[in-house]
Ligand binder design. Structure first.
Ligand code: DCP
Ligand code: CA
Ligand code: CA
Length: 357
């Protein structure tokens, strides 16, 4: 029996900012473009700001107007925050690696969501108990809320993870699938956009149940191939495949592009150190005991790119050793030996290979 989970972080960018700036607690928060520049959109809004009607992809100027109106009415004004994508990326990576230590088959599908194969729990009840524990553990360790949906395939799991947000858990057994879907608006089904919705509304088809009551021939007439696929979705059918990246990695790597090209040694070493930390963390999650080869990649401002690698005298997992080996490879690129024109550096990368598990 297949049991599939879908995990999605609650108000992800905003929750990270709230966590890292406790003074934001209880205030409406929007992460997105700078409202004083006036262009761009809302990346996300926390739940307080959503109560004002602000949501992802809304123009930032519109969000700002709403905030101003609320302020005039004596309500809390919205705090606007510029996104730190690198931070969200590394938090995301770390949490999914953590989940991976409990769930061997996991497929990350976006910065804040992944499908989990929970079949090894053998029952929906056990899978649900695990999900609750996982939510608590993530809350404790990372101070972030996540919602989890569980069902017999990916589509049901994903719809279920939306069901009780935030910090929601919703378990839909195969027997519950039809009842769960039937009363949902058709736009809940993946692939149903505004155009399809409008077309079907013209025929009085509003809920999933209404699709199920059509024959697939009618749906095909109406929507072509999409009609058939919609018919299947309305019956709760979907794939339970979880695509897993090869478990045994051959190498682990990190790279970073600087906000501004640089030759500043302190800045470069700070980045290098952070990347080495990430690599060692990755190694421990993947149960890599030692590495034998360290490589670095340097890209200059003009995009000229070099890689250099070295084999360590004895395989290591030491942060200190990895850092000093990487630094030794980097230094010539700051000096005339490998950088006679003193070109600034745009990107550095580090990769370890010859992994021993
Ligand atoms: N995001 C973005 N622009 C969008 C939509 C999303 O930059 N138009 C970013 C910000 C979100 C993150 O992706 O925090 C995850 O998107 P979700 O759609 O999962 O939304 P949230 O996690 O913010 O909220 P929810 O609690 O509804 O999942
Ligand atoms: Ca989310
Ligand atoms: Ca998401």
């Amino acid at each position: 029996m297949e049991i599939i989970g879908h995990i999605d972080f609650d108000a992800f960018f905003a929750s990270v900012e709230e966590r890292d700036r406790p003074w934001l607690k209880g205030l409406p928060v929007v992460v997105g473009s700078d409202p004083y520049v006036g262009r761009g959109a809302v990346a996300t809004a926390n739940y307080e700001a959503r109560k004002y009607g602000i949501h992802s992809a809304m123009g930032i100027t519109r969000a700002y107007q709403i905030s101003e109106t609320k302020k005039k009415d004596g309500e809390k004004e919205v705090i606007f925050i510029t996104p730190s994508h690198r931070k969200y990326g590394s938090i995301s990576k770390e949490i999914f690696l953590y989940i991976h230590t409990f769930v061997p088959k996991i497929q990350k599908v976006s910065i804040d969501e992944a499908y989990l194969d929970l079949s090894h729990f053998r029952s929906y009840k056990q899978a649900g108990i695990f999900a609750k524990k996982l939510q608590r553990a993530i809350q404790q360790k990372y101070k972030l809320g996540v919602s989890i949906g569980i069902g017999p395939n990916r589509m049901i799991a994903k719809i279920a993870s939306e069901e009780n947000k935030p910090k929601g858990l919703c378990v839909i057994t195969p027997r519950q699938v039809q009842g769960f879907l039937d009363i949902k608006p058709i736009r809940t089904l993946p692939g149903v956009g505004v155009a399809t919705e409008r077309k079907l509304a013209g025929r009085g088809i509003r809920q999933v149940k209404d699709i199920r009551e059509c024959s697939w021939e009618d749906l095909e007439d109406l929507l072509g191939a999409q009609g058939i696929s919609l018919y299947q979705k309305a019956h709760g059918m979907g794939s339970a495949n979880i695509y897993v990246e090869p478990r045994i990695a051959k190498s682990i790597s990190e790279e970073e592009t600087f906000v501004e090209d640089t030759l500043n040694l302190r800045l470069l070493t700070t980045h290098l150190e952070r990347m080495v930390n990430d690599i060692v963390l990755h190694m421990s999650y993947k149960k890599v005991k030692t590495v034998g080869t360290v490589a670095i990649k340097i890209r200059f401002a003009d995009f000229e790119t070099h890689t250099m690698q070295t084999t360590v005298s004895s395989p290591t997992s030491s942060k200190r050793v990895l850092y000093s080996v990487a630094l030794k490879l980097l230094i010539p690129f700051l000096e005339s030996s490998k950088n006679p024109k003193k070109k600034k550096i745009r990107l550095i990368g580090i990769s370890v290979s010859n992994l021993i598990y």
